[in-house]
Design a protein around this ligand. Structure first.
Ligand SMILES: [Zn+2]
Length: 474
């Protein structure tokens, strides 16, 4: 591909980002506005420093004659994408057994985070929400990007996941036990500067209630990944946001299926399909749950790609299709130790694949009910590679029957509202931050066009995907 940057006077060649000319004009582009679901052909976008200062139609006015001109004829421009479930500090996960005691260690590193930040940008992701990781690393990432010390998507971050885990998970979980309660972790994380509190699947309703209360007192928002506690219960307790299209609480199953499920269920990710086998999506329990979270406008990201890759994990070619985007140590970890489908037999894959249409139907029902959904990937979980997975996740939503425009909205305006940054990004408008994704094809017609990234502008800085990827591999 001919370099876009060839047209730009380069002051230094070490960086992948062009130095910001006083003013840059991207001309001849079709703007896609997910908020209004409209296509605006033959537009020019004027960027000055970090902001969009004008958008117009047709010929570029003479007053911009001194600007750096970049011809984007035939291309499409849309707001930079959001990944609302990007674990930017997650590292390889490894089990230890010491004197019969089991623990897990999640070994995040600056090298992985730096790599993933560049790969996210290369895929057009200019903003992320990170819903859980090592507290210090999370805050450090957010602050380094904000201060311009690190190239990557702007972030809002949770701290360590708060959970009653069966064993210690070093580098990821703040473990609740007799000596440590939820509220004290919430207070410590809030003091450390997190934007969100992540409440996890083994917490009791009482834990959730105290976590939500402590978080709100500290002025931070809660995110829940739930197991046995139902989304209905969490919604009534005041949870702010939910994640994963896996609401695997026995309480949401029909009464006559509950006992069968509890008796036969196996630990861990088997529940992803065992629960779906038993659920009646049109039953009163599910209808009430969807009604409750829709009425309370509780946002959620489905992270379909994470489950899809496990359900179809016996198709190695499919499973591995994006590993070139991942940090090599992560790929190795997924291939050897860290897998959702660890120990699955052919019959397990068959059963999982058989319920996939129900997962799709559930997501469709949430959308139809008006639940404010966003696009989140669960990046760095097994085979969920940074960056490219956002396009995959969007594609899975379209496959589930949600119109492409609605999916583009989930990845931009809905996400900006979730992160409370709608006043400055998530739309292409004069006065907004210049976070722009340029594509070679129109994703409102074919969502797969999200993989055809021509260039990315983040806070006014122009990047080419190839250059970002080359820098990531250094
Ligand atoms: Zn996650």
């Amino acid at each position: 591909m001919r370099s876009l940057l060839a047209a730009v006077p380069l002051l230094g060649t070490a960086s992948t980002s062009a130095p910001v000319a006083a003013r840059t004009i991207y001309s001849g582009v079709t703007i896609l506005d997910p908020r209004t679901k409209t296509r605006l052909p033959d537009r020019y976008i004027v960027v000055e420093d970090k902001r969009i200062v004008a958008i117009g139609r047709g010929r570029v006015p003479r007053r911009y004659v001194d600007a750096t001109a970049i011809d984007m004829k035939g291309r499409f421009a849309m707001p930079g994408l959001f990944d609302t479930h990007a674990h930017i500090t997650l590292g390889p996960v490894s089990p230890q057994v010491k004197g019969g005691a089991v623990s897990l260690t999640v070994a995040g590193s600056d090298a992985i985070t730096r790599h993933d930040a560049l790969m996210l940008l290369a895929a057009g992701v200019t903003t992320i929400r990170d819903p859980g990781g090592d507290t210090a690393r999370m805050v450090a990432y957010r602050d380094a990007v904000a201060a311009g010390r690190l190239t990557g998507p702007e972030a809002k971050v949770a701290g360590a996941v708060i959970d009653r885990s069966a064993f210690p998970v070093h580098g990821l979980v703040d473990r609740v036990d007799d000596a440590h309660n939820v509220a004290s972790y919430v207070a410590a994380q809030s003091k450390a500067g997190v934007d969100y509190i992540k409440l996890y699947e083994a917490l009791t309703p009482a834990d959730l209630a105290s976590g939500i209360k402590a978080a709100h007192a500290a002025g931070v928002t809660t995110i829940a990944h739930l197991g046995d506690v139902s989304w209905t219960t969490a919604a009534r307790l005041g949870i702010d946001t939910l994640v994963h299209a896996m609401p695997i609480s026995p309480d949401l199953l029909p009464a006559d299926k509950r006992t069968t499920y509890l008796k036969a269920r196996r630990p861990g990710p088997f529940a992803f399909f065992e629960w779906y086998e038993q659920v009646d999506l049109d039953g009163p329990e599910m209808r009430e749950m969807i009604r409750t979270i829709a009425a309370k406008h509780i946002p959620m990201d489905a992270t379909l790609i994470a489950f899809n890759l496990a359900f179809y994990g016996n198709d190695q070619q499919y499973r591995d299709r994006d590993v070139a985007w991942a940090y090599p140590t992560m790929t190795k970890n997924w291939e050897t130790a860290f897998r959702f489908d660890l120990g699955w037999k052919p019959d397990d894959y068959r059963r999982a694949q058989a319920v996939w249409p129900k997962v799709q139907q559930f997501v469709r029902m949430l959308h139809a009910a008006g639940v404010p959904m966003t696009i989140g990937t669960d990046m760095n979980n097994p085979f969920v590679a940074p960056g490219i997975s956002v396009a995959r996740e969007a594609g899975l939503h379209v496959e589930a029957g949600i119109p492409a425009w609605d999916v583009l909205r989930m990845a931009t305006t809905n996400a900006a509202a979730l992160l409370k940054v709608s006043d400055r990004t998530g739309r292409l408008r004069s006065g907004m931050e210049a976070d722009i994704l340029f594509l070679d094809a129109d994703p409102s017609i074919d969502i797969a066009a999200l993989t055809k990234v021509r260039a990315v502008v983040e806070n006014g800085r122009l990047h080419e995907p190839e250059a970002l990827m080359a820098e990531a591999r250094l």
